[in-house]
Design a protein around this ligand. Structure first.
Ligand SMILES: Cc1cc2nc3c(=O)[nH]c(=O)nc-3n(C[C@H](O)[C@H](O)[C@H](O)COP(=O)(O)OP(=O)(O)OC[C@H]3O[C@@H](n4cnc5c(N)ncnc54)[C@H](O)[C@@H]3O)c2cc1C
Length: 609
């Protein structure tokens, strides 16, 4: 399509922004554009989306082969530095989220999976048994959020890809599809979990069950390019009531009394508010700036922990202690890697993913096939196969003791020292629920995402129990990026769990069906066995982020530290809501994008229509 078509709805100058819209959406990312599309569909409401980043449809966004191109283009990313992490030898971590129209869905690894039924039931349970934030309540929106195309029959047969279309829909323009080819070794790696007692093979990645399964990529199957919130909810939509301004940073929401009545924004390179523009919202301001920036905007607007706001000389509109608390991400890479015979030519299951880098002939063939037919190895993004296993399967002898020890903790012990009583109460509720999950065969804790190559070790910890914070810098709340503190491994239970992950990984690679590949542990080495030595391995290797930040504007009762209610309206004020990953109270046992699409669909339906 000519870029002029894409650009038709972008207002190129702040002066073109009208004085007032029904809804203002802050952030044109994964959730923001989903909600904007749904709110403008029937023509009843006008919407302005204000996005910090720019529009870009170049190959650095669209290419999917090799894991997606967006992350390679730093201009599409916010890259913050976390504060040094004392439990990670004072290392800092790069905090990476999308910064362009489409948000993180335009830069991510394109993996699509959902969490387990218990994850979504956990979200609603503090509101009582009638809450529709539950698996049953969200499943229709998982179906609505994506257009599912099954794998082609040859690939499905060759690789044993099971799927069940009843878990999917076909009405969205955001696509979930499968590569036309995948690495043969994956079939073997997945089947090998059959040797692990308790590991299951659910009928579909969307079934809400833990186990070992294939899952789709966020790619348009016709073009094999990235399908994301912009292509699905913005491109080719020509509605007078749907306007967007890019390159603009929202500084704050302003209030009339306790009602949010609009926002103030500046050009994204501004260093002060001299060039600011004010725009009003008749019905609601919706903040969809993502887990890192949503708390910054709320706090800078006077909605947050009172003492923090006072230290920044911001007048308090509502004292909401939970804003910026309860920060979670999936810890990644635990320091155990396995290599099967020969990174080299002896590896018997070619082609494998390393052939794209190391075998020029194979690469040339793959390029030619993709150019001719949009098929072949370059339709694989970052991966489509993994295990998501319950903790009792991982640590059959230790899970009970670890759950009991976690359950008996004083909930305040590992939270920030000055945590508000409502935050502690909220954590106590999470603790009870997560202790149950540690004993459950229906929740997934351990994720090894499989590459189908000679070397494996991409481990993701799905339900960490340490909690971090994201807060404004009091001396410069608006123009300095917020302070991101993962507080990684502050709760020792996280270390206990990941030590068991290393032990399980050893068991997996020792199963009989993998023996022919002679897997050997390349790190840390089988001689490292004691709890304390394995704990050191975890501390030395882990990254606190898989780029799945959630939780900083959590949906929970206010007395449990919640920031938004079940309608995603912010406590203590009116006409202000949050719809993005920050409302997720506890991480799902899956990566986060599919869940964000579903919650945005649900919010659009429930709250606004
Ligand atoms: C590198 C990377 C890889 C990932 N891989 C996967 C994966 O393979 N599978 C998976 O399921 N999940 C993955 N994720 C996570 C997933 O993409 C996110 O959880 C999800 O997209 C978050 O959606 P969101 O709407 O909360 O935020 P975003 O999509 O990040 O949207 C927030 C938007 O707000 C804008 N914004 C921020 N501040 C302001 C401001 N002050 N004013 C105006 N606009 C503002 C941002 O520019 C952005 O466009 C990955 C994420 C990243 C970053």
């Amino acid at each position: 399509l000519p870029s002029s078509l894409y650009n038709s709805k972008i207002l190129s100058r702040a002066e073109q922004v009208k004085d007032e819209y029904d809804y203002i959406i802050v952030g044109g990312g994964t959730a923001g554009l989903t909600v904007a599309d749904r709110l403008t569909e029937d023509g009843k409401y006008s919407v302005l989306v204000i996005e910090y980043g720019s529009f870009d449809n170049s190959t650095s966004v669209t290419t999917i082969g090799g894991g997606g191109g967006g992350i390679g283009n730093a201009s599409h990313l916010f890259i913050l530095n976390s504060v040094p992490q004392p439990n990670l030898m004072n290392k800092t971590t790069a905090v990476i989220v999308g910064k362009l129209l489409g948000g993180s869905s335009a830069v991510n690894g394109l993996q699509f999976h959902r969490g387990q039924e218990e994850d979504y039931d956990r979200w609603g349970s503090p509101f009582g048994p009638d809450s529709d934030w539950s698996w049953k309540g969200i499943l229709p929106y998982f179906k609505k959020a994506l257009q599912f195309t099954p794998p082609n029959p040859d690939t499905a047969a060759a690789l044993n890809i099971d799927y069940d279309e009843t878990y999917w829909g076909n009405t969205s323009n955001v696509h979930a599809s499968f590569p036309t080819f995948n690495w043969p070794m994956l079939k073997t790696e997945m089947a090998a979990f059959g040797d692990i007692p308790g590991a299951k093979f659910p009928p579909d990645s969307g079934a809400g069950k833990p186990g070992v399964f294939w899952y789709p990529t966020s790619a348009d199957p016709a073009t094999m390019t990235r399908s994301h919130s912009r292509t699905g909810h913005w491109d080719n939509i020509d509605r007078d009531n749907y306007e967007t301004i890019t390159g603009s940073k929202v500084l704050k929401v302003f209030f009339e009394g306790e009602s949010a009545s609009g926002v103030v924004f500046v050009p994204n390179n501004a260093k002060s508010d001299v060039d600011s523009t004010t725009v009003k919202a008749r019905k609601e301001v919706i903040i969809s700036a993502g887990t890192i920036h949503t708390p910054q905007i709320l706090q800078a607007s006077g909605v947050g922990p009172k003492s923090l706001l006072e230290s920044a000389s911001i007048s308090v509109v509502a004292d909401v202690p939970g804003v910026g608390q309860n920060f979670q991400d999936h810890p990644f890479r635990i320091g155990v890697t396995y290599t099967s015979i020969a990174l080299d030519d002896n590896f018997t299951v070619h082609p494998d993913r390393t052939d794209l880098q190391l075998n020029a002939t194979f690469k040339a063939l793959a390029d030619a096939e993709f150019a001719a037919n949009r098929s072949g190895p370059l339709t694989i993004a970052s991966g489509n196969a993994a295990c998501f296993l319950p903790f009792p399967v991982i640590a059959p002898e230790r899970f009970g003791a670890i759950a009991a020890s976690y359950e008996s903790q004083d909930p305040a012990s590992y939270l920030p020292v000055d945590s508000h009583p409502t935050i502690v109460a909220g954590y106590a509720a999470q603790q009870a629920s997560l202790a149950k999950a540690l004993r459950s065969y229906k929740s997934a804790y351990y994720n090894l995402f499989l590459g189908g190559g000679p070397s494996e070790g991409a481990l993701v910890f799905l339900h960490p129990v340490s909690r971090g914070t994201i807060n404004i810098v009091p001396s410069d709340p608006f123009f300095t990026e917020p302070v991101v503190d993962y507080r990684a491994l502050t709760n020792p239970t996280d270390i206990d769990i990941m030590v068991e992950f290393i032990r399980f990984t050893r068991r997996y690679f020792a199963v009989p069906s993998l023996a022919q590949f002679q897997p050997r542990e390349t790190a840390p080495g089988l001689n490292v066995t004691s709890d304390s030595d394995l704990a050191e391995v975890v501390k030395n290797n882990i990254s606190p982020s898989t780029f799945h930040p959630v939780g900083t504007a959590a949906m929970a009762p206010r007395e449990l530290g919640g920031v938004v209610d079940e309608d995603l309206l912010v406590y203590g004020v009116k006409k202000l809501s949050v719809v993005d990953a920050s409302i997720i109270p506890t991480l799902p046992g899956a990566y986060t994008q599919e869940t964000v699409y579903a919650l945005a669909e649900k919010a659009s339906f429930k709250t606004f229509l």
